[in-house]
Ligand binder design. Structure first.
Ligand SMILES: [Mg+2]
Ligand SMILES: [Zn+2]
Length: 184
């Protein structure tokens, strides 16, 4: 992996614990241990961070965009308190039946990162927990890292470029590759 300067991070199963009935309220949102620190570490090492998340619970009427924004403000402020920053949260609110272009495995949210924020997708890395994340990364030309804290417990068959245990290990891998590139 060449040194990525932008890291695109899935939310549920990577930063936040997966709930089979969706994370519908701020109170239901359980941040995975060490996730905030890992994100802050990346940011402090000069990486741009974007969260890229399917939230069909909005389209299903199980939660609202406002409540999802509150969750994202919480994640943002916790990362800020650790000295880092998340640049933006890109959200697909649609259900599979809506046939949108942004719901992963489609790469629409990644194209939004490119078009709105000037992200170079070919040098970006995406960290996700599901095969759909890896497919979206591939379709957009990003390097992919699968973590095993969510939907995929083994990583088999997802075709990810890298597979690690959790977001902390993903961050270690990214920072190690940045280090290597800056070496003699
Ligand atoms: Mg996920
Ligand atoms: Zn969508």
């Amino acid at each position: 992996m060449s040194s990525p300067r932008t890291v695109l991070i899935d939310r549920d199963g990577v930063i936040v614990k997966v709930r089979t009935d969706y994370v519908k309220t701020l109170a239901e949102m359980e941040i995975l241990p060490g996730a905030i620190e890992a994100l802050a570490e990346l940011a402090k090492n000069h990486h741009r961070l974007f969260v890229i998340t399917n939230q069909s619970a909005i389209g299903h009427g199980l939660t609202t965009r406002e409540e999802v924004d509150r969750m994202h403000e919480r994640i943002s402020s916790e990362v800020r308190q650790m000295g880092g920053a998340i640049e933006a949260f890109l959200v697909c609110p649609h259900t599979p039946n809506d046939g949108c272009e942004c719901r992963k495995p489609k790469p629409g949210l990644l194209f939004q990162a490119r078009d709105k924020y000037g992200v170079d997708l070919n040098s970006a890395v995406l960290v996700g927990d599901a095969a759909t994340d890896i497919q979206a990364a591939r379709a957009a030309g990003c390097t992919s890292i699968l973590v095993l804290t969510g939907m995929s417990a083994t990583g088999d068959g997802t075709g990810s470029d890298y597979t690690v245990k959790n977001i902390q290990q993903a961050v270690e891998l990214i920072l190690a590759s940045a280090q290597k590139e800056m070496g003699p």
